[in-house]
Design a protein around this ligand. Structure first.
Ligand SMILES: [Zn+2]
Length: 295
């Protein structure tokens, strides 16, 4: 019976799991350089359609099924975590993000990948010093009396907390502080605006002074005879109700601005407290601060 790797450049992966998809295998074969030898295959985090193959030259990440794409990751790669856990997952910083590679049959404890990622077994390239190391070195060379930078991280990257310590630190740190939100003041409801003008009603004819009883005549401010001679004398005057309403609204506006100023001040205080609390939370989680009450 012919297996899925047999007779292809992937024959060396015989015995590995995964790579069941034709498209992914084809993309991988296309991506191999002449004479490049695949060494092991890994699952990538919990992704179904991403797999990784270690070759004698690089790490190849195969992504997707229908139109599979291969990303070539040259060594050395940044190792976030050495092989660990039941599956001996190696955590690496790749161009697809930080991923845990695991589950190889040919490299069951992940040691091969770990060594290659750190550039150890790479035949040509000696591990170049990391950029921060060179920067540190040159700074020491030029300004020996510079103040010690970075008061944080007294533990350093080498002394990572153990799994148990990390769980303990997480428990002690508790919930992450919530970032305060700025409250928005709103204007109090002062009712719908009344019309700004009203008819000037008159109870006497403005031309002859006779009393007016007809509401229509009162609005025109002239009697039925005078309207024929002089025409309508109707006019509009400012509505006192509207003036009162404007005053109420102006007061509501002032109140709103004052309320917003109070909210702003409250928010600024809360933000400052939040920054302190967040920093403390992060430090506790990183194991830098031991709470007096804890332990
Ligand atoms: Zn009249």
């Amino acid at each position: 019976m012919k297996t899925r790797f047999e007779g292809t450049p992937l024959a060396r992966l015989e015995g590995e799991n995964g790579l069941h998809d034709d498209g992914m295998r084809r993309a991988l074969i296309d991506a191999l350089e002449p004479g490049e030898i695949p060494k092991a295959r890994y699952a990538v985090s919990a992704h179904i359609w991403v797999e990784a193959v270690l070759t004698d030259r690089a790490l190849l990440l195969v992504k997707g099924a229908v139109r599979a794409r291969v990303v070539r990751e040259p060594f050395p790669l940044e190792v976030v975590r050495a092989p660990q856990g039941a599956r001996s997952g190696v955590r690496l910083r790749t161009s697809l993000g930080t991923k845990t590679l695991w589950g190889s049959e040919l490299d069951p404890n992940g040691r091969q990948l770990y060594a290659r990622a750190r550039g150890e077994a790479a035949p040509v390239v000696a591990t170049p010093p990391a950029p921060w190391e060179t920067a540190e070195r040159s700074r020491q060379a030029t300004t020996p009396s510079s103040p010690p930078p970075l008061p944080r991280e007294p533990k350093g990257q080498t002394q990572r907390l153990t799994r148990k310590e990390r769980a303990e630190a997480r428990r002690r740190a508790g919930k992450k502080p919530r970032k305060p939100r700025l409250k928005k003041a709103s204007r109090d409801w002062v009712g719908f605006p009344p019309s700004s003008t009203v008819w000037d009603m008159s109870y006497r004819c403005v031309k002859c002074g006779r009393p007016l009883t007809n509401p229509n005549s009162q609005r025109h401010r002239v009697g039925t005879d005078c309207i024929k001679r002089y025409g309508s004398q109707a006019r509009k005057i400012p509505n006192p109700a509207y003036t009162a309403w404007s005053a109420r609204r102006a007061k509501a506006d002032v109140d709103k601005i004052a309320q917003q100023a109070a909210y702003d001040a409250e928010h600024a205080r809360a933000l400052a407290d939040y920054a302190v609390a967040l920093d403390r939370w992060q430090r506790i989680r990183a194991g830098e601060i031991e709470l007096p009450s804890g332990r």
